[in-house]
Design a protein around this ligand. Structure first.
Ligand code: MG
Length: 156
């Protein structure tokens, strides 16, 4: 068995959709990035790659590649899963913490959990999504950014 850790942060800006864990949320601002800037899928992708010793999302899918502009981050997650499967690994469980002062994620975290489970091909109870605010402190607390941490366990 192997464990992998992923972390990501993106800035909250006007004029972008807010997509977390592949779920599009109603919010006046969204996350800025080369792809769709889905911090949740980026953190989970990095955790998967990390667990299998396959580097990071930037190595696998460079943000200098125009093909990845505004790309649905599901592409990165599926690419990482494919690499793991080729290496004989399967995902056991995923635990995610999203850090956001706004919007309030309590009402949507179950939707995100179910969608993540579907993307990963896992039972819902093998995926967990937690939400924290920034307690009004720092870039998260000032609602300038949203962050995400993910940890995964894989087995061969
Ligand atoms: Mg990212």
């Amino acid at each position: 068995m192997r464990v992998g850790l992923g972390h990501d942060t993106h800035r909250l800006v006007e004029g972008r959709p807010l997509i977390l864990g592949g779920v599009r949320l109603e919010h006046p601002r969204g996350l800025y990035g080369h792809s769709d800037a889905d911090v949740v899928l980026h953190a989970v992708t990095d955790a998967l790659l990390g667990a299998a010793g396959l580097g990071d999302i930037g190595d696998a899918f460079p943000d200098t590649d125009p093909a990845h502009k505004d790309r649905d981050s599901r592409f990165f997650l599926e690419g990482a899963l494919e690499r793991l499967n080729h290496g004989g690994w399967r995902v056991v469980n995923v635990d995610v913490t999203i850090f956001a002062q706004e919007p309030k994620l309590g009402p949507v975290k179950d939707r995100i959990r179910r969608h993540l489970a579907e993307l990963l091909g896992l039972a819902v109870d093998a995926v967990n999504v937690k939400a924290k605010t920034g307690e009004g402190v720092g870039h998260i607390g000032r609602a300038e950014a949203i962050g995400c941490q993910a940890v995964v366990l894989i087995d061969s």
